[in-house]
Write a protein of this length. Structure first.
Length: 438
DNA sequence: TATAAGTTCGA
DNA sequence: CGAACTTAT
């Protein structure tokens, strides 16, 4: 058995916005926001070290957080991490007791009431394991998924033995779409069973409808370690390929970030380093409007307001708002990624940053740059009756049915469009032309 | 996990 | 004439 190493990342949440988070913080002061596999702590070569350094630096510097490390290892890299991140933001709680239950208990006691025990990585297959025959990592999702399936994984551990000990969020209520669903393994399993026996059958199309409840709502549980993906995978049937693929995407992006930790902040496709962004005062104001859900595009605004209200956003809408920020407002993708990480209850560095890169066209296996979402037609297609928009945009509650998507038929108190989509679409295509090398 | 513009085809 | 399909971006 590998010795447990416990790390977590602490960032400054605006706790006043989230009474449930506040209660959890009251219980233990800190929240375990980022948990690493202890194998990454072993001196096993530069790639692992780089992963550790860069993830932590990314989190600390880009997200305004604090790092807190507790461990029993004489791990030689800890001082280096401290040096990288800078004095004052790293607290190391050294504990030299032998590994085992006693040491776990001592560490836990030293760190407060949070039940933080970590076992194993939160992936079916540990990042870095699935490789091409020549040893190189996969850069395209579909072959990765095939190899990942072929690789296989252990059966899930029994409840209460493995996954339940992973991380605990006792007392933490996750403020997501389903109000009042609590944290913890038991709650995660109940959400899973509800989904498995219901919306999963219609997942292919149902997951794209933000006006309905067709997604699994498991993202926060997976991200916080309340449930292990192997538990879900073991429960899936041959017909559930789409949901299995969503889990595969999660593993794929973890693998990509493991191999290239710098891509948490930098373009995976370096050709995009030359891409022209808008970052001046006007762009900052548009970015602000986007953050607040005041762009004048109904689905975009509904999504951004759902994010602020619930710390969660429907996946289809995430794609729409991301496309809008990058391709209609021409803002760097990492601005949007950072905003998401600050607000999403399920925000995961690998999935978040690489899905943003996918939308921006600069990532692994990215969407072709010319795939530009039309925020109006996306709204009409996936929120056909306008129910989603009306739920989150009070100014539009008086507008009937699909009319909420008609920009020229919206009430005066609703913001005018910050930009003209057709024009900005062309601007984006022209800027892409400028960096193309074909 | 796209869109817009153009083309084909049948009612 | 609109739905379905094709194609360039």
């Amino acid at each position: 058995m590998t010795p447990p190493a416990i790390m977590w990342f602490r960032r400054d949440l605006r706790l006043s916005d989230h009474p449930a988070l506040l209660a959890a913080a009251d219980a233990g002061e800190v929240l375990p926001l980022f948990v690493l596999d202890d194998r990454l702590l072993k001196p096993a070569g530069e790639p692992r070290r780089r992963f550790l350094y860069d993830c932590l630096r990314a989190l600390d510097h880009d997200l305004g957080g604090r790092l807190h490390i507790a461990h029993g290892d004489p791990v030689d890299i800890v001082p280096k991490i401290a040096g990288k991140i800078g004095a004052g933001s790293v607290h190391v709680s050294a504990d030299t007791a032998p590994y085992g239950r006693e040491r776990d208990e001592r560490v836990q006691k030293a760190l407060g009431d949070i039940d933080f025990v970590r076992i194993g990585s939160p992936y079916a297959v540990t990042p870095g394991r699935v490789r091409k025959q020549d040893g190189e990592p996969y850069r395209v999702f579909t072959p990765f998924r095939r190899a990942w399936l072929d690789h296989g994984w252990r059966k899930p551990a029994k409840s209460g033995v493995d996954s339940a000990r992973w991380i605990s969020l006792k007392g933490l209520k996750i403020p997501a779409a389903k109000s009042d669903y609590p944290a913890g393994e038991q709650a995660a399993l109940e959400v899973w069973q509800d989904f498995r026996d219901g919306p999963l059958a219609d997942y292919d199309t149902g997951r794209d409808r933000p006006d309905r409840d067709g997604t699994s709502h498991l993202s926060a549980y997976l991200r916080w370690g309340c449930v292990h993906p192997r538990t879900l995978l073991a429960d899936l049937k041959p017909g559930n390929e789409t949901f299995r693929s969503e889990l595969a995407w999660r593993e794929f992006y973890a693998d990509v970030l493991w191999h290239q930790p710098n891509t948490a902040r930098e373009n995976y496709d370096r050709k995009f380093d030359r891409f022209k962004h808008d970052t001046g005062k006007a762009a900052q104001q548009r970015f602000q409007a986007w953050c607040e859900g005041k762009t004048g595009y109904p689905v975009v605004d509904a999504g951004m307001r759902q994010l602020l209200a619930e710390n969660w956003m429907h996946n289809r809408v995430r794609m729409i708002v991301a496309s809008f920020l990058v391709k209609d407002l021409h803002v760097p993708w990492w601005w949007g990624a950072r905003h998401f990480m600050r607000h999403l209850i399920d925000g995961d560095l690998a999935s978040n940053q690489h899905n943003w890169q996918w939308v921006a066209g600069c990532g692994t296996d990215a969407a072709p740059y010319f795939r530009i979402f039309n925020p109006i037609t996306q709204g009409e297609k996936f929120d056909p009756n306008g129910d989603y928009v009306r739920k989150y945009v009070p100014e539009l509650r008086g507008v009937q049915g699909k009319t909420v998507h008609k920009l020229d038929k919206l009430p005066e108190e609703y913001p005018a469009p910050v930009v003209d989509h057709a024009h900005e679409r062309q601007v984006s295509l022209d800027r892409y032309d400028a960096i193309r090398t074909t």
